[in-house]
Write a protein that binds this ligand. Structure first.
Ligand code: ZN
Length: 546
């Protein structure tokens, strides 16, 4: 009898892998976003993965695109589960300028509420989780991230819980982002307090031992005016974690965010939430969105080409593996997709050392020079342009001279060696991509168009030279490398679909992150709202007839 039980147990364990493809709709959809996970980064480290990322790489895989120009976190996350480009989600940048007041607006701030309030009120469309809940009574939708803007834009408007990390607070939510009842907030508070109690007993280890394959990358580097030892753990990481004010010190919390431990605690909280809410065990298809932020913080702080990212990639592989093993233990059909909100570009100095034509641009000085030129040329008494160098806005008080300021700015920008192209808002607004145009063939104005909103976007859209690093790092923690350009280094991201029993299929046709939501909706059998993306037939045979 014991042997029979053992055999049945073994068979049950095998069962998910033995299911015919897409036999049953999934009980749980898990959407993973790895912040700043460039396709180039995935390709470089793919041979080294042995954990969760190796498993996902054996599914249906695409070289994907965040096809729009504004390759930032908030716009990118807003495409993944809505199926819409940022022009439609309304989330056209991490921050934009309110034209009436000239002040900066954070993408997940709440209009009319306290400045620290966070919610999805600026996002104009719903997400897959919202569609599931509308179509299937009893479906639950949860979003978790290290960043508020990632959790909120993936969670949508009707999620059951939306959590992110607050420095010194642990996992938090807001009544503007979703329900903030004790049933939602208490478990997050208890989880965080237990974590903090452990850390007070034993300082946390931000960085696991560096894999031997990464050690050769350790060497001193200089980015802008900042010199780094190039060692892992990085300068100051150990001291930050063992300091008495680790939880409340902003500098120390920045070290936590830019370390593999940050993804570990987000995954731990996601695993805790799966069990607590019995996700995948309800009457319908549940939705769990998890955005892992550490890769982005590591990329900004240390660049993507050093030992820090090498160590982060190994740790991410293990973290994703742990999450997948928890899903295995549910013994229900589940569907995973992994992608990124944008890619990234290594620090210009290291790119240049590798023979790439790359430069660093002091964007603040560049804007001062542009404004100074316009003041002299046009006889203005104030700086006419505010906002970011890649999409400046003409100040409201000079609206009457808008056309001559715009034209003079464009003329100056177009003769600068740092600038590849510059477009007026009018040019961008007119460059609507024809339906069905392949993402690989979009012109620059078309890419800008996909993340353009007449109220929220700049009056001028600038494409700087490819491989540019923006800003001059001066002290530890300053950004040394980043993203945000309309170039493929920032647009190309992996898109990996995996479910138990999936047959490996490395697709050569491009896919877009806006294809993810309609594909997952077809797999779950729920109707979508209007989408810019399309259901991918390589992933499911349930795509609706077109
Ligand atoms: Zn990001």
């Amino acid at each position: 009898m014991k042997l029979v039980h053992a055999l049945l147990g073994a068979l049950a364990a095998l069962a998910p892998a033995a299911l015919p493809a897409a036999a049953k709709p999934p009980k749980l959809i898990v959407a993973l976003s790895v912040d700043q996970y460039a396709a180039a980064l995935f390709d470089r480290y793919r041979p080294t993965y042995t954990g969760g990322l190796a498993r996902l790489a054996r599914g249906v895989t695409f070289t994907g695109y965040q096809s729009h120009a504004a390759t930032e976190t908030c716009p990118g996350h807003s495409t993944i589960l809505t199926g819409r480009h940022p022009a439609a989600t309304g989330i056209v940048a991490n921050t934009w300028i309110d034209r009436r007041t000239g002040t900066s607006v954070y993408c997940v701030s709440v209009p009319g509420a306290d400045k620290d309030a966070r919610g999805g009120q600026n996002m104009r469309v719903d997400t897959l989780g919202d569609w599931l809940k509308r179509a299937q009574p009893g479906a639950r939708s949860v979003a978790i991230s290290g960043k508020d803007r990632a959790a909120i834009t993936m969670g949508g408007h009707h999620a059951d819980a939306v959590y992110w990390w607050g420095d010194g607070e642990g996992f938090v939510t807001s009544s503007y982002a979703g329900p903030a009842t004790p049933a939602v907030t208490e478990p997050a508070r208890a989880f965080s307090q237990a974590l903090f109690a452990r850390w007070r007993q034993t300082p946390p280890k931000l960085w696991p031992a560096l894999p031997s394959a990464c050690t050769a990358l350790q060497q001193p580097v200089r980015f802008g005016e900042l010199a780094l030892s190039g060692n892992v753990p990085p300068d100051g990481a150990k001291e930050a974690a063992s300091g008495p004010d680790f939880l409340t010190n902003r500098v120390s919390q920045a070290q936590l965010r830019a370390s593999p431990l940050f993804d570990t605690i987000v995954a731990d909280f996601a695993i805790d939430t799966i069990g607590r809410l019995r996700l995948g065990r309800g009457p319908a298809t549940d939705m769990l969105a998890v955005s892992l932020s550490a890769t982005d913080y590591v990329g900004h702080r240390y660049g993507g080409g050093g030992p820090e990212m090498c160590g982060q990639m190994a740790a991410l592989d293990a973290t994703v593996g742990r999450l997948l093993k928890r899903l295995d233990r549910l013994h229900v059909p589940y569907q995973v997709v992994l992608t990124a909100d944008h890619g990234g570009t290594d620090a210009a100095e290291r790119q240049a050392a590798n023979g790439i034509d790359a430069k660093r641009l002091d964007t603040a000085a560049f804007m001062r020079e542009l404004n100074g030129t316009l003041r002299r040329q046009l006889g203005l008494s104030i700086d006419p342009l505010i906002g970011d160098a890649d999409q400046p806005v003409i100040v409201a008080s000079l609206a009457g001279q808008r056309a001559r300021i715009r034209d003079a700015a464009l003329a100056w920008l177009r003769q600068r060696p740092e600038v590849e192209a510059a477009f007026s808002a009018e040019e961008v607004a007119a460059a609507v991509p024809p339906p069905g145009k392949p993402v690989t063939e979009l012109t620059l104005p078309e890419r800008f168009n996909e993340s353009y909103d007449p109220e929220r976007s700049g009056d001028i859209q600038v494409a700087f030279h490819p491989n540019t690093s923006f800003g001059v790092p001066r002290k530890p923690g300053d950004t040394v490398a980043g993203h945000g350009s309309p170039w493929d280094s920032d647009r190309r991201v992996p898109i990996l679909f995996w479910r138990p029993g999936v047959r490996p299929d490395a697709r050569t046709e491009p896919a877009e992150t806006v294809d993810i939501a309609p594909t997952l909706a077809a797999i779950a059998g729920v109707p979508t709202d209007t989408t810019d993306g399309r259901c991918l037939p390589a992933v499911t045979d349930r795509c609706p007839a077109r």
